[in-house]
Structures are given as C-alpha cells and as structure tokens.
Design a protein around this ligand. Structure first.
Ligand SMILES: Nc1ncnc2c1ncn2[C@@H]1O[C@H](COP(=O)(O)OP(=O)(O)OP(=O)(O)O)[C@@H](O)[C@H]1O
Ligand SMILES: [Zn+2]
Length: 925
C-alpha cells in the first residue's frame, strides 16, 4: 500500500514523501475506508492532502464541505494547477458552468474527482437530486468536512449551517466521512464527533506546539511610538498585521508606509476586486505587509510568512493560535507578536460577555485564558497554548518572551500596572462612549459581533433562499437545543423562528449599539450615584458592565431589557438626588428620554457613529419588521418585541404573512404599489387594517397614484396619507430620527418611510442606512452577477428596473424621477435644503468612503464634505432628494478619478452642477 500511495503522491501532487508520519497514517486510514476519521493538525501541516490523495485513488467523487467560497476557490485553483479535476458549485457560479458540472456529475463516469461546496449549498434543495444521484450510483467516495470546528457552538467560528452536516452524514451511511480542523480544544473535538455523527471515528491529533514560532507580547501603552516599534518588528520580512477594525487597518497600513515599508490594508470594507489585488500583491511579495482584519487568512497558504503581529488582541486563544499560526508554514523561524492594550481588554471583555450570553454557555476558559495570556501571564506562552488544546507542556527552548527572558516580561507587567493607576483619572475626562471605540468599524460577520471571519461570502442571494435558510435553521436550532437539553424557553424558540441566526443574539432586535447606549446610561447614572468625577473610570465601567449584563441576562425581549435598564437608571438617580447631587440629572434624563423615544435599534448619535458592519443580518430583518408591526398595533411604543409583532401579524393575517413581510423592502414591496392595492379591494373593506403590509403598500399607492389608492383607503391609511400631507417635507423623515415634536404620529411616520421604501430605491437606501454598512448599499459590487440574480431583477417592479439592464452592476441606482414623483404627490415644491441639511446629506453619503480609508486624513474628509455642502446648497433651490442625488453623483465622479483623497487639490475639478440638466444627465450622460 505504501508504495502505491507514494507513487500516487508523486504522480498527482509532486511530493516525494509524506510530510509526516501522521499525514501518512491518516491517508492510509482514509483509504482503508472502514471508519470515519477525525483529524486535528496544526495549520500548514498538510491536512488537505489527507483527503485529496485518497480522492484521487477512489473510483468516484469526493465531496468537500468548506465554509467559505473564497477558501474553496483557492483550493480548487491549486488543484487545477496540478491538473486534478476539481471544481465547486456555489451561488456565485455562472449558470452555464453549473450546468456543465451537473452534467458531468450525472454522467455514467464523471471526470470530476473533488467537488467543493459550502454547507448552505450542500443542503439546498437544488443540489439534492445531484447528491442522491451520485449516492445511489455509488459514486460518492468520501465526504470531507474541512474546518470542522465550525460545527461547534463552543468553537470560535461557529457556523450554524455546519449543524446540518450531521443530517447529511446520516443520509450517506456507506460513505466514509473525514472531519478536519486545526484548532479544536477537547470540548470542541467532542462536539465535532457528536454533531457530525461520525461513525466509530479514528482520531488523529498532533500536538499544537510549533517550535519554529517565537511568541511575545508587547504592551502598546508603554511604547513612546507604537508604530515605530511595529515597524522595527516587521522588517523581518513578509508578514501579516492583524487589526480588529477596518479603520485600524487603514491607519496602521498608512503609518507603516509612511515609515518606509509598503503595507496595504485588507478588510471586508474594500471592494472585492481591491481585496483580491491586495492579497495577490502580498502573495507575490510585491507588498511585504498586509494589514488585515481577521477576514483575511483562512486558507491562505503562503509558506514564507516571517511574522504575524496582532495590533489588537485576538478574541480567544483558539483564534490566536490559528491566526498566529499563519507564520512559518515553511518550518523556518518566525515571530508572532501581540501588541496588548488595556483598551482592547475592555472591549474584548464586553464582547466576550455578549458572546457567552449568546451561546448560553459559561464563560469560555479559552477566552479568559487569552486575556491572561496577554496581560499578566508569567508562564511559557507555548505551554499555555498547548495546555489549552489539551497537550502536554512542550519544550519551548526559548521560543517565547517568557522563556527567553522572564525578567523583561515581569518588568513590563509591573510598568503597565503602574501606568494604569496613573491614567485612571485622565481616562475619566475622555469624552467618548463607554468604550472609546467605534463598534461600527469592527469587522462584521453574519453574526455581527465583529469577530467572525465569515464575512466574505455573499450569502443568500434571494429572499426565497433566505426564507428557506431561516426556516431550516430554526428547525435545526430547535433540534440541537433539544439534543443538548438546554432549557430554552418558548420565547426564545419563537424568536429563533424569525431571525436568521438565532444564535447570533439572545435578545432579538437588541443591537450591540443599543446595549452600549444603555451601558453608557448606567455609567452616567452610576456617576451621579457615586458623586465622583470619574464618570468613565474603569471601576465605574466594571460595575456598569455587570449591571448591564445582569439585565441583559434576565431580559427576554428588547423592551424588557430597556425597561429594566431605565428602571435601574431611575433608581440610581433617585439615590443621587437624595444625596443632593442632581446637577447631572439633566443630561442623564435627556439621554433617558432619548432612549425612550428612539427605536431600539436606531442610532442615538450622529451618523459617524452609526453602525457600519456591526449589524447582524438578523437585526436588519427585525428592524424592518418593527415597522410592520408598529403600525399594526396602534401603539406608539417603539419597544415592541419581535414576538409581539409576530403574534400581531399571525392574528391578523395568518402565519405565512410574517415570513412574506420579511423581505418587504425587496420582493414583497416590489409589487406592493399595484398588487396590494388590488388585493385590498378584494378583501372585506369593513375590516380595519388586515395587514400592515397592505397598509404600507396602499399608502404607497396613494402617494404615487392618489386616485387609485384612495378608493380603498382604510382609516389607518387615511391617517397615513394625512400625515404625509401635513408634513412639510416628507423626505425630512427619511433615515432621520424623529424628535419628540415631530412625532405626534410616530408610528405613522415610521410607517411612511417604510411605505416609501416600497416605491423608490432611494428611500429603501435611507432605511437601510440606519442599520447597514452604507458601503454595501452604495457601492458598486464587482462580484459576478449570477443568472439567478438577473432573473430576479427581471421580475422586479418598474421602479427597480431603472438599474442597468445588462446586469453588470449591482449598484443601487438612485432614481431622482421616482423620488420627485413621490414628493410631488405630497408636496408640490420640495422645500429647499439649508446648508446644514445639505451637510447632513453629504456626510451621510461620504462617510462610507471615509470608513474605507479613501481619505488620507479626517480633516480632508471634513473639508471635502464642507466643500460639497456649499457646492450643493448655496444659491440653489434644491430639494432634499435632488441634493442627495447630486451629492452621490458628485462623490461618485470624484472617486472615479481619485483613488484616495490625499489633498484638497484633488477636488478642485468638481464644479457646481448646472440647474438646467438633471444630475443624471450631467454625470452619467
Ligand atoms: N507531503 C507533503 N510534502 C510536501 N508538502 C506538502 C505535503 N503535504 C502538504 N504539503 C504542503 O503543505 C502546505 C500546507 O498544506 P495544507 O494547506 O493542506 O495545510 P492545512 O493543514 O490544511 O492548513 P490549514 O489549517 O491552514 O488549512 C501546502 O502548501 C501543501 O502543498
Ligand atoms: Zn516559552
């Protein structure tokens, strides 16, 4: 057997020998095929070969499940380079190619050896006939599950869709299954075996210790100039600097470049094309340093990475091991360094707590150990990592800072402790939020907590798919919860039904931002309570975090959570007032009022602080639903729970209605203006509002075509229309928070922007902007457009057809005509914007570009915003809609010429638009 294997190894992969005895043993076990196999080997140890070589020796096809399309692409490309027939079926594949692949798979002797597929795709209905066909013809040789730790909720990369693989495995009894991971402590390993239902698995796990990696930790706050320090470190060669935020990446890359090392930023805020370019440049060595969020790296197989620096601490030891492990895959000495900062610690603690609650498990020891690892550890770093993964203490032999010089480590910890005492008072004067950081800039994955690396994949392309996924996941979730015998209350399960990824949030619709706001209130109240000056000192923070967390844990809905926070705040203020310190109360109570007024998920602060990339998909859904229900119940209480809404919708329009409404800003809303109006005439008119969707749709209809819509106007709709008329300028409400005076009819107005989102693109943007990274809405997306997407577009309503018919761009097109029509229906002449309003609009439009690092400095960004505002507002009689369209067009024009704004000269070519032409004529024509 050995000779045959070796020959095949050479013939197919060009390797003379196995990388290790372990690799050889695994391949042999897989080829024998009598048992399932579990593999846990460090990154770069050659896991892929463990299924790729057996795949080549087997008759049929090996199905490989991998979590990311990008990762799959990488593997497939590598195999193709080796002339190995491999391919992938995924949502991004053009229909023609997909057909060819399916035809091969259906043929009597397929040429394909390895088929890579995401967990979503393997479970999708469209793939089932193919799978069944292969299976019944005995052509499925292996099922390989790569990155298997994604199946574990206790792992650091939990991916709900991986849970489906257990069912898949059970459906393929005769097919040997192979699960592979690089990072799995014991509990995660157990979870993998159980969740994937491996049959009598043979486990192969190699020690995690990698003697060629040198680990050390530097306290960033002790450095006179951290960038210079980092610069000295990275001159070791080619490497990666990990930052937690996109902004961090941009800044570090800029600073390093300024210091003379070509460094480029990589994060999900960049266009796909730019990301690929950066990655390629780095892979080819044209760029030495890639400064990236954790969205970069999985599956990147660059052998000569000489260093991995963490500018911000990693979330957990498992993450850290995996991320730092990208260094030294060639076995040569390489360095892994973390720049620890106390600020990071606060942020991380908060996020860890959230995640712990989310997963409903006790604090992961890995997370805590990770903190200790950085902050106060007086131990060998390799030993800590090995112990965490359940290995014996390795022989570090000086491959970490502690083993090479414990005194230095000890001294550093002491200095940091001294510094922390000194700076506590200074910190209190910082005019920032409780964390002094911008969660909006965290790299956001589907789960939206800023740590997940699966933020790259396009995800579901259609509402149908999304709905399907929601349902599947909710079923699966229930099943898993039952399996685990976790006491899940019905409330939670009801929520699981309506959110895309129930696990992403324990309390639906409660955004991280809202929690931070509450935390801030608690901190303020504590300040009043304690009467100390250091409102935001770390003790205060700790108490506030504990309070907040306790409330979070005990609240079942966003409403209850907020009510409980407010109660606590009031209580504390009472105490403060009694002790004669109510001078702070004004601010506190105005904040409190604000909290009461605002929708739970909406931002309380200026646009620059709005959530960008930090909102999970589920939050976006619930955000929309809130509007649905708010109108229905006739209540002005903005704190409705998703469950309330669910029930309300069920009561009134049957259970399916709810799901339908899920996508109302896209599909459902698409037909709303016409079809819903028709529907309405068919229903019993004496019934008040049968469904808020209809109400919305009819209001939209009445705005766009008053005669048609008014025939079927219910009381509710009349109210809506009236409110629309009496409002001087409806656009004023778009994407803007209502102030108390403006919102005599808060729900009506909320509904109105919902309504208008049905009829014009620009309004749906406005709504999305409150929650979504503007980037995703505003920018051209260079990712390929699938036929499915095109087909969907073709069936979209006229207003949406203003998009290019060739389907080359996914840009959300602004349609000024539609916008104007909508406004005219209400108000003949749009109210001209003031300079301040123009500035508001401009900054909103421009902010995503700033976030992406398209401005060298913040000053430039501000200056450009000022310039544009004057350009668009002064001496011109323009409505909001027009100004917005022009702002966007000008910005677009600007960035078509300027890649990154470096100086004020860059925008001198931009001229005031002429009033005779439409903005579209001028700029696109
Ligand atoms: N027997 C071998 N001889 C030489 N090189 C090998 C051998 N097996 C694998 N390699 C190479 O080692 C590198 C790492 O392999 P691979 O990508 O499979 O690692 P991995 O364990 O899957 O890592 P990760 O956890 O990052 O996915 C690849 O470049 C691969 O070609
Ligand atoms: Zn050591």
């Amino acid at each position: 057997m050995t000779t045959t294997l070796k020959q095949a190894l050479k013939a197919h992969f060009g390797f003379d020998s196995f990388r290790s005895k372990l690799q050889e043993d695994i391949v042999k076990a897989v080829v024998r095929g009598d048992r399932d196999v579990f593999v846990c080997m460090p990154t770069g140890a050659g896991k892929s070969l463990c299924y790729q070589l057996p795949a080549m020796l087997a008759e049929g096809i090996t199905l490989v499940i991998s979590p990311l399309i990008a990762l799959i692409q990488d593997q497939v490309d590598r195999l193709k380079d080796l002339n190995i027939p491999a391919c992938s079926i995924n949502s991004k594949l053009p229909a023609g190619e997909r057909r060819l692949i399916l035809a091969d798979l259906e043929s009597s002797s397929p040429k394909l050896k390895l088929l890579y597929i995401t967990p979503e795709m393997v479970a999708s209905p469209s793939f089932q006939p193919c799978l069944t066909g292969l299976c019944s013809r005995g052509l499925l040789s292996y099922l390989a599950v790569d990155e298997a730790h994604c199946v574990s909720q206790w792992g650091h990369d939990f991916r709900p869709d991986y849970l489906k693989l257990g069912d898949l495995r059970a459906r393929l009894p005769g097919v040997p299954c192979l699960a592979l991971t690089a990072t799995a402590p014991k509990n995660v390993q157990d979870d993998i075996l159980k969740s994937l239902r491996l049959q009598l698995p043979l486990s192969f796990a190699s020690p995690v210790f990698r003697s060629n990696l040198h680990y050390d930790v530097i306290f960033r706050e002790l450095l006179p100039n951290p960038y210079v320090h980092l610069h000295a470190f990275i001159t070791k060669g080619c490497g990666i600097v990990y930052c937690r935020t996109r902004e961090g990446c941009e800044t570090v890359a800029y600073q390093l470049t300024k210091l003379g090392v070509l460094a480029k930023a990589y994060h999900a805020g960049l266009k796909a094309g730019d990301r690929i370019e950066v990655q390629n440049d780095w892979m080819q060595g044209k760029v030495l340093v890639i400064v990236a969020t954790i969205s970069f790296g999985m599956g990147v197989d660059k052998p000569n990475v000489r260093f991995v620096a963490h500018w911000n601490v990693a979330k957990s030891l498992a993450s850290y091991y995996q991320e730092s492990g990208r260094a030294g895959r060639d076995g040569l000495p390489s360095s892994c360094r973390t720049y620890y900062s106390a600020k990071d610690k606060e942020q991380i603690s908060f996020l860890i707590r959230q995640e712990v609650t989310r997963k409903q498990v006790s604090t992961s020891t890995g997370d805590l150990k990770c903190m200790r690892f950085y902050k106060s550890q007086l131990l060998c770093r390799h030993a800590t990592i090995s112990k965490f993964f359940g290995d014996k203490t390795p022989n570090c032999a000086g491959a970490c800072d502690y083993c090479s010089n414990p005194k230095v480590v000890r001294a550093q910890i002491a200095r940091a402790a001294a510094l922390s005492t000194r700076t506590q008072a200074a910190q209190s004067t910082e005019p920032k939020g409780p964390f002094g950081f911008r969660p909006d800039l965290y790299e956001g994955g589907r789960k939206g907590y800023g740590f997940e690396r699966y933020d790259e994949e396009g995800g579901s392309n259609s509402d149908e798919e999304t709905r399907q996924r929601k349902k599947e996941f909710s079923d699966l979730f229930k099943k898993q919860m039952n399996m685990r015998k976790v006491n899940v209350d019905n409330d939670f399960l009801a929520h699981a039904n309506i959110i895309l990824e129930a696990s992403s949030q324990r309390i639906p619709r409660l955004t991280v931002k809202a929690r931070e706001h509450c935390l801030h209130l608690l901190q303020e109240a504590l300040h009043g309570h304690q009467g100390a000056d250091d409102c935001f000192n770390s003790d205060n923070l700790t108490v506030a975090v504990d309070l907040e967390h306790a409330v979070f844990k005990s609240s079942k809905s966003s409403n209850l959570y907020k009510a409980a926070v407010l109660k606590k705040v009031e209580e504390m203020k009472k105490v403060a007032a009694v002790s004669g310190r109510d001078d702070e109360e004004k601010t506190s109570s105005s904040e409190t009022k604000k909290l009461k007024e605002e929708a739970p998920s909406s931002s309380s602060s200026s646009f620059t602080e709005e959530l960008q990339g930090f909102t999970s998909a589920s939050e976006v859904y619930s955000f929309k639903r809130k509007r649905v229900g708010a109108g229905q119940r006739g209540s002005s209480n903005p704190f409705q729970t998703a469950k309330d809404l669910l029930e309300a919708t069920r009561d009134q329009s049957g259970s399916n209605q709810w799901t339908e409404s899920g996508g109302f800003s896209n599909n459902t809303s698409g037909n709303s203006t016409e079809s819903a109006a028709k529907k309405e005439t068919n229903t019993d008119k004496s019934v008040a509002v049968t469904s808020s969707i209809k109400a919305r749709a009819n209001a939209a209809a009445s705005l766009n075509s008053p005669t048609k819509g008014s025939r079927a106007l219910t009381k509710k709709q009349q109210k809506l229309a009236e409110a629309a008329k009496t409002s001087r300028n409806i656009s004023h409400y778009f994407g803007k928070k209502q102030t108390k005076n403006e919102s005599q009819e808060p729900e009506t107005l909320t509904e109105l922007d919902g309504t208008l989102s049905c009829s014009t693109d620009v309004n749906s943007e406005d709504i999305t902007e409150q929650q979504h990274p503007p980037v995703t809405v505003e920018l051209a997306d260079s990712s390929p457009v699938t036929d499915d997407m095109r087909a969907k577009r073709d069936t979209s309503p006229p207003a949406k057809r203003s998009r290019p018919a060739d389907g080359t761009s996914r840009r959300v097109t602004f349609n000024p005509t539609v916008q104007e029509r909508a406004l005219h229906a209400v108000n003949e002449a749009p109210k001209p914007v003031t300079l301040k309003e123009a500035a508001d609009i401009v900054v909103r439009c421009l902010d995503p570009f700033y976030t992406q690092g398209k401005f060298a400095t913040k000053e430039l960004f501000k200056s450009f915003a000022r310039y544009l505002s004057h350009l668009l507002a002064e001496g011109r009689n323009r409505g909001r809609g027009q100004v917005k369209a022009e702002a966007k067009a000008l910005i677009k024009k600007f960035f078509s010429k300027v890649k990154r704004c470096e100086s004020e000269v860059d925008w001198k070519h931009l001229k005031t638009p002429q009033s005779s032409q439409t903005p579209a004529d001028r700029l696109y024509g």
